[in-house]
Write a protein that binds this ligand. Sequence first.
Ligand SMILES: NC(=O)c1ccc[n+]([C@@H]2O[C@H](COP(=O)([O-])OP(=O)(O)OC[C@H]3O[C@@H](n4cnc5c(N)ncnc54)[C@H](O)[C@@H]3O)[C@@H](O)[C@H]2O)c1
Length: 246
Amino acid sequence: MERRFDGSRVVVTGGARGIGACIAARFAAEGAQVAVLDRLAEAGSQCASGLGGRFHAVDLADPVAAREATEAAIEGLGGVDVLVASAGIFRLVPLLDITPEAWDEMLAVNARAVLVSMQVAARSMIAAGAGGSIITIASMAAKKGGAREGHYAASKAAVVALTRAAALEWGEHGVRVNALCPGYILTEMGAATRTEEDVRRWSSWSPLGRTGTPEDVAGVAAFLASPDGAYLTGQAINITGGMVMH
Ligand SMILES: NC(=O)c1ccc[n+]([C@@H]2O[C@H](COP(=O)([O-])OP(=O)(O)OC[C@H]3O[C@@H](n4cnc5c(N)ncnc54)[C@H](O)[C@@H]3O)[C@@H](O)[C@H]2O)c1
């Protein structure tokens, strides 16, 4: 394993499990100091302490708590070079059944909390004057939608739009902002409704013939934050095994 992030300070939201945990582990393995934010206190503190990092328990749906926890994480690290906003929720609901409450919950976690953590990280990066990399986790749903995923897809399209706006506004400070758009990654997200037949069908939609892994996403996150990603900003990068090509 290369050590491209020796001395780097990395904040990962939603890092207690799944894609976020894998990304935190990848940065730590390459030398970074990591701070993990999540509402799952036990899993989050285990994950962070296993990586020699810090854990901050927070419900990111609360914008004040989200701001304070992100500020505390950055203060604990003595600054921030990389923010990965991975926390998210997923619900399968037909469009006709989406209530205002369900909409608000989805957007509060998947979009507003991403904005809040980006704002806190960017303020710190701009003040420090050394640039930085912000990586948001959107979804292929932002580009192709999905039946019974209306409010989820809308929240992820919002993440892509926020990512592009931030890239335009913060580029002059050397802050690069990119979104990852994963396809089907087999984590606990959606596991309750996922069948073996689903996995077979999804695999067949990829020219590579398989679904994705958290490691597939973590490798791209590390590339984006590394010097090899230096001329990438405002991108929404598909990690779908070729299922989405635009
Ligand atoms: N798994 C997939 O197929 C897939 C595909 C595309 C995009 N994504 C996106 O990737 C990201 C990570 O998903 P995952 O598959 O690792 O899911 P996951 O459910 O395994 O992990 C999500 C993490 O976010 C945390 N979280 C959720 N709501 C929170 C809140 N209000 N406050 C604090 N923490 C909260 C959870 O506790 C959990 O640790 C999400 O944004 C998801 O939408 C996942």
